[in-house]
Ligand binder design. Structure first.
Ligand SMILES: CC(=O)[C@@H](O)[C@H](O)COP(=O)(O)O
Ligand SMILES: NCC(=O)COP(=O)(O)O
Length: 289
């Protein structure tokens, strides 16, 4: 956090989709480990993987190979996502037992055959089953982030469960952003812009509710180069964005190094805007005193 109380948002590159392409041939091409290394060399502050039970993309072996790579990058973070009621805790325990780094685990309530992550945890229903699992991760020195829908009232329960952070599930923002920026018929555009502001307001309220109870804030899902800066300008205190699908798709056109740097530029742009707004507020309060 800088002197104006502005967090530097860390970019964690999710490499699920590199593994998805790799799994379509028995050639180890593209190489998942190399993609992780290139992302770190390009400046990514972390790597995220989501080893789903069906291994449709990230395999168990990938998790241990990337963790071993992260030992060479002590100032970067490894974030492993998954359902702690399925296979995630096995990775938390095994990585820890082998002395391999895992800085954060993100609890995601996905079913085995889910197309993609599309909802967060439900409180108070999930609270009692999550508490001991969060404690197990903490006992191994692993930060816990809970994948959550933007519901301000759920933040207190996430804190009560023992979470360190919440990851705001940003699909509803991405969808509203697309609608607002689509070439719309006259009249619908104003409605779409209003709807985007309504959705953003919900994320701002949720982030403030998380801050108020002492939770850190991550964000992710369907973030891209078009919507990332607007989200980070609007939503306070985002410490990490984990981005995969769009970043890897962009890499197909511009290369992975350039894609990572382009997303970092979106983060930097948001920070400059937020800092300028904060300095302007300070100046105005001084001149009006
Ligand atoms: C939890 C989340 O939103 C993503 O990190 C998730 O990893 C996406 O999973 P797929 O890459 O399998 O769509
Ligand atoms: N937690 C979100 C993530 O890791 C990547 O989501 P996406 O950018 O692939 O939608």
């Amino acid at each position: 956090m800088n002197s104006l109380g502005i967090h530097k948002t860390a970019l964690s590159v999710n490499i699920n989709k590199i593994a998805l392409l790799r799994n379509t041939r028995h050639l180890d091409v593209p190489n998942v480990l190399r993609a992780a290394e290139l992302s770190l060399q390009a400046g990514a502050r972390g790597i995220t993987v989501h080893p789903r039970p069906d291994e449709r993309h990230i395999r168990g072996s990938d998790v241990f190979e990337i963790a071993a790579l992260m030992k060479d990058w002590p100032d970067r973070e490894f974030n492993v996502e998954g359902n702690p009621l399925q296979n995630l805790m096995d990775f938390v325990r095994d990585l820890s037992a082998r002395g391999l780094p895992i800085h954060q685990c993100t609890f995601v309530p996905d079913s085995h055959d889910q197309f993609t992550s599309d909802h967060g945890w439900s409180f108070p229903h999930d609270l009692l089953q999550l508490q001991p699992l969060i404690a197990q991760a903490h006992a191994r020195g692993v930060r816990v982030s809970l994948f959550m829908d933007p519901v301000p009232a759920a933040m207190a329960a996430a804190k009560q469960a023992g979470a360190d952070r919440v990851e705001l599930y940003t699909e509803s923002f991405a969808s509203a952003f697309n609608s607002a920026h689509a070439i719309a018929r006259v009249g619908t555009h104003a409605h779409a812009r209003a709807q985007l502001q309504t959705v953003l307001a919900r994320f701002v309220e949720t982030a403030q509710a998380a801050i108020d109870v002492g939770l850190g804030i991550n964000a992710g899902h369907d973030l891209n180069r078009a919507n990332l800066t607007e989200f980070l300008i609007a939503v306070p205190g985002v410490q990490e964005v984990s981005i995969g699908h769009a970043l890897i798709a962009d890499a197909l056109a511009m290369g992975l190094d350039a894609s990572v740097k382009a997303y970092q530029a979106c983060i930097d742009s948001a920070e400059i805007s937020v800092k300028a707004k904060a300095e302007n507020t300070v100046n105005l309060s001084v001149t009006s005193a």
